[in-house]
Design a protein around this ligand. Structure first.
Ligand code: IDP
Ligand code: MG
Length: 136
């Protein structure tokens, strides 16, 4: 059954002009782009989006980075989209990510890892609603 997930191309990838290459990989892997937008998150929006990590020691650095530049937000659709996108992204740490994954190819380090994908169907719904109205 088709499923939707939320994907962000993060500021480190935007900055290095990797948006086209990453979207090409996403489309070649069979995801359909159902919605897309381009924005610069405010500090407040980045804090809300990553609220689950508010007690982690990397939280402040993460918020600063995510609000430092442009982000491309997409709703992607495919069978088993949540898990499939996580597989295509690879491990949070680019050096640990499997060869051929987006983070392995383009990620710089554990923070600047180029892409976000929802980690569950429940969170995908919440995250899609955070960025887009009327898509689900
Ligand atoms: P995920 O993006 O693979 O789901 P999470 O653990 O949910 O990873 O962390 C969210 C984001 O926070 C990561 O993608 C990365 O940008 C950043 N992050 C995670 N762990 C660290 C860390 O130890 N240091 C700095 N940034 C981190
Ligand atoms: Mg996560």
């Amino acid at each position: 059954m088709k499923e939707k997930t939320l994907c962000l191309i993060k500021p480190d990838a935007y900055e290095r002009q990797l948006v086209g290459k990453i979207i090409t990989m996403i489309e070649k892997n069979g995801f359909a782009i159902k919605a897309i937008s381009f924005l610069k998150l405010s500090k407040n929006e980045a804090e809300q989006f990553y609220y689950i990590h508010k007690n982690k020691k990397f939280f402040n650095g993460l918020v600063k980075y995510m609000s430092s530049g442009y982000t491309v937000c997409m709703v992607l659709e495919k069978a088993n989209a949540v898990e499939e996108l996580r597989n295509l992204m690879g491990n949070t740490t680019p050096l640990k990510a499997k060869k051929g994954t987006i983070r392995n190819k383009f990620g710089i380090d554990i923070r600047h890892n180029s892409i976000h994908g929802s980690d569950s169907i429940v969170n995908a719904k919440k995250e899609i609603t955070f960025f887009f109205k009327g898509v689900i």
